[in-house]
Design a protein around this ligand. Structure first.
Ligand code: F6P
Length: 553
């Protein structure tokens, strides 16, 4: 395996910086955010940072200046900056797959130089972006027509994981920037219901399928694409010649695309140095580009780029992804936090947390170090959450009064989107009042004394007390624009990077998804024929038998 700045280093838990953090944590004891705010009246403005359009308040974290110094010393000791520079340089830091990790090159400006194996990849990136822009413009204007000559009005992206979650999330976020007479849908699940519901009311003559798969071997995607082709040809009463006008592919695998029957002329390429979960700003974003247009797609890339540059160059004390990554490590290891909630106060961000789940959990859900040795420290958290106000009426009870430590990010915007009716614009202040109130309640809670002062009977006081002390990061921006979306995603990408670097894990492979795929391939024929199930354990064998019985086989 290739050597990188992070291989062969002192195990994390044997570094003096790790020990110093442990000691510091013990010294802090039961420190409450109420005390921290009392001690420093400027805390609410002092513990803030700005990156691009994102204003970040980290004052409601269980940290002191000393904690932050120690965390930054840990980052230095684990050479986060060295691995970061190696990533941006194009070194093969994905050690188990021997690949460069260069999603940052996807947003490099024309004329930049980023080399992989001695070849500058930036011209290729821009050639694909140009081809995507040309195609998007033709679809948007109606110049690209289907087999019968009708213009395309429906776009169906077929992909899964990174080939679905990114474009689906971003389309949802930027709906108000989209060409509204285009219907854009996303199919990922191999459950036939997904494709059925996506196409049942569409006119095949006006429908374009975008088959998105980095490998073009993913069984769910290839199966759905095959069924979509059958549906299309059946509805049109046409032969294979209709495919060229209704199917395009996004992939690194030209052979796989050609074998499927899609003309490679209609393929938009990307490269093995783009991880699936880091790919929606590559060709994988084609459905989004068709929806919002190339200019706004470029604004989004510029947003990514802005945070890339910040991460690459900002000093440690002002480096936002570094700070967020280190805070997550602090809570995971020293407060035993098992999960991390992302709670957007924007309806348009309703798929954002699902997107982050893959980004974070597929990247950092690892238990061996880069050299294969087991980790003796906790790694990636469970990431979860939904838009905040809905969560308030569902699971916030547990956040406020349960027994778990769950750090949370609250994301909100000063302006509602531009095309809301005036009455709906007026609702924005109510939304944001909830946003600020929740961050306040999480941090400061309500003491028994405060509850008693309201005349609450003694026996109810414990029930109505809020311990508080739940840490949050509050991210506030002017408006949810394409650029701001790019900034937010890059922020989380680099946060995840920082954590993987400190934990010394390979954040860019995903071997943990393989076993289930292999077993499914073995079980499928048993479901069909009832034969060949000797390898199954007794539970699986009984379940398969029950399934066959219920299926009438
Ligand atoms: O199964 C996990 C995974 O490999 C993800 O990492 C990836 O985003 C997804 O499957 C889809 O892969 P592909 O784009 O190759 O179809």
């Amino acid at each position: 395996m290739p050597q990188t700045p992070a291989t062969g280093r002192t195990p994390l838990d044997r570094t003096p910086q790790w020990a110093a953090l442990g000691k510091h944590r013990a010294e802090l004891g039961e420190l409450h955010l109420r005390e921290l705010f009392e001690q420093d009246p400027q805390r609410g403005s002092r513990y803030t940072l700005q990156v691009g359009d994102l204003y970040l308040d980290y004052s409601k974290h269980l940290v002191t200046d000393r904690t932050l110094d120690l965390l930054r010393e840990l980052a230095e000791a684990t050479d986060v900056a060295g691995l970061r520079d190696a990533m941006f340089r194009g070194d093969k830091i994905n050690v188990t797959e021997d690949r460069a990790v260069l999603h940052t090159a996807l947003r490099a400006p024309r004329g930049a130089v980023v080399e992989v194996d001695g070849v500058n990849v930036v011209p290729e990136v821009h050639a694909v972006l140009d081809k995507m822009a040309d195609f998007s413009n033709r679809v948007r204007s109606g110049a690209w027509t289907g087999h019968t000559g009708k213009r395309i009005r429906n776009i169906v992206n077929i992909g899964i994981g990174g080939s679905d979650l990114g474009p689906a999330m971003a389309y949802e976020v930027l709906r108000s920037y989209a060409q509204r007479d285009l219907t854009v849908r996303f199919v990922s699940n191999v459950d036939g219901a997904d494709l059925h519901e996506a196409v049942r009311d569409l006119d095949a003559a006006e429908t374009l399928f975008i088959v998105a798969s980095k490998t073009f071997t993913t069984i769910e995607t290839v199966t759905n694409a095959t069924s979509a082709r059958e549906w299309l040809l059946g509805r049109l009463g046409a032969g294979q010649e209709a495919v060229a006008k209704h199917f395009v592919a996004l992939s690194t695998n030209a052979h796989g695309v050609a074998d499927f029957g899609i003309d490679v002329e209609n393929m938009f390429e990307f490269w093995d140095w783009v991880g699936g979960r880091y790919s929606y700003d590559s060709a994988i974003g084609l459905s989004l580009m068709v929806a919002i247009g190339p200019e706004q797609f470029q604004q989004m890339l510029d947003g990514f780029r802005l945070v890339d540059e910040h991460f690459r160059t900002a000093p440690a004390a002002e480096n936002v992804p570094l700070l967020l990554g280190l805070l997550g490590i602090w809570y995971g290891q020293f407060f035993d936090a098992q999960s991390h909630a992302v709670l957007p106060y924007s309806h348009y961000l309703s798929k954002f947390t699902a997107y982050l789940q893959q980004l974070d959990m597929e990247s950092n859900g690892k238990s061996v170090q880069r050299d294969g040795k087991p980790v003796d420290w906790t790694t990636g958290p469970v990431v979860w959450g939904t838009p905040g106000t809905n969560g308030q009426h569902a699971y916030y009870q547990l956040l406020h009064q349960g027994t778990k430590m769950i750090p949370a990010d609250l994301i909100g915007f000063a302006q509602p989107v531009a095309d809301l009716a005036p009455g709906l614009v007026a609702q924005h202040d109510l939304l944001m009042a909830n946003f600020f109130a929740q961050a306040q309640a999480f941090a400061f809670g309500k003491t028994p004394e405060e509850v008693a002062a309201e005349g609450v009977p003694a026996e109810l006081i414990p029930h109505k007390t809020f311990r508080g002390n739940h840490p949050t990061t509050v991210v506030l921006a002017q408006e949810l624009t394409p650029s701001v979306l790019g900034q937010l995603v890059a922020l989380y990408e680099h946060k995840v990077f920082v954590q993987g670097a400190v934990w010394n894990i390979d954040s860019f492979d995903q071997w943990g998804v393989e076993l289930g795929k292999v077993l499914a391939r073995k079980i499928e024929p048993v479901l069909l024929t009832g034969e060949g199930g000797e390898h199954l354990d007794s539970s699986s064998a009984a379940l398969v038998a029950k399934y066959r019985e219920l299926r009438g086989r």
